[in-house]
Write a protein that binds this ligand. Structure first.
Ligand SMILES: C[S@@+](CC[C@H](N)C(=O)[O-])C[C@H]1O[C@@H](n2cnc3c(N)ncnc32)[C@H](O)[C@@H]1O
Length: 217
């Protein structure tokens, strides 16, 4: 295992490591965030949200750049005219920009991409655009948080803010590592509708299950 890059921020330590299998792994305060080996669910999040969108020209907000797989899936859809990415860790954005994460420079060079460094909650509150799709994958879901401060993002006031940032007919789609019934309930309260989808994802010698929650304005 080789440490490729390391950074400190108000949220603690962020480390990018290259494992013996050659894949990159991102850890925050020692907790596994994601790797470049298994990114089915990150892409599925985008694919699911884009399937729900029925207009020809899409403005998308991605909450959480991570290693860029959700962003890559968004950019693969030719209907996407603009993709704003909110990422709280400036060093991570730097690692994708400078090629420390090898597939990063091409992704971020796409002229449709606008990276906003900061908390996605603030980006949503200040939304100058009405988004057609808002994707949230900033944490492991409401019940297995990497950063406790993200709890508020899954609660009703933040969901109301996200709803206000959507154009009529637009969708909010949220990734979760575990079933999140309270989140589904909160989405129903705010949007009047909500849908849960589960995915089986192989990895680490087991099949895991991941969940995606969607609500439409
Ligand atoms: C699980 S990763 C996202 C993975 C991404 N979907 C991908 O395909 O690689 C979560 C990301 O959200 C960022 N993050 C965490 N909390 C955030 C917040 N409140 N606002 C914006 N970004 C946040 C983390 O730094 C991390 O890069």
């Amino acid at each position: 295992m080789e440490t490729v890059a390391r950074a400190s921020s108000p949220r603690g330590e962020l480390v990018l490591r290259r494992r013996d299998d050659g894949h990159l792994e991102l850890r925050a305060n020692g907790v596994f965030v994601m790797d470049t080996l298994e990114h089915t669910s990150e892409r599925a999040l985008a694919d699911h949200a884009l399937e729900l969108a029925d207009c020809d020209s899409l403005r998308v907000l991605v909450g959480g750049l991570g290693l860029g797989f959700t962003l890559g899936a968004v950019l693969a859809d030719p209907r996407v005219v603009r993709c704003t990415v909110a990422e709280i860790e400036p060093d991570l954005v730097g690692w994708l920009r400078d090629g420390t994460v090898p597939h990063g420079p091409a992704l971020l060079a796409d002229s449709r991409v606008d990276v906003q460094i900061g908390d996605v909650a603030d980006v949503l509150r200040a939304a100058a655009t009405a988004y057609d799709v808002v994707l949230l994958d900033v944490d492991n879901g409401p019940d297995y948080l990497v950063h406790d401060t993200n709890a508020a993002l899954y609660a009703e006031p933040a969901l109301v803010t996200a709803q206000a940032a959507l154009a009529p007919g637009g969708s909010l789609v949220i990734w979760s590592a575990a079933r999140a019934s309270e989140l589904e309930h909160a989405l129903r309260e705010v949007f009047g509708n909500a849908e849960e989808q589960s995915y089986d994802v192989p990895g680490h010698g087991r099949v895991g299950q991941y969940f995606v929650y969607a609500a439409r304005r």
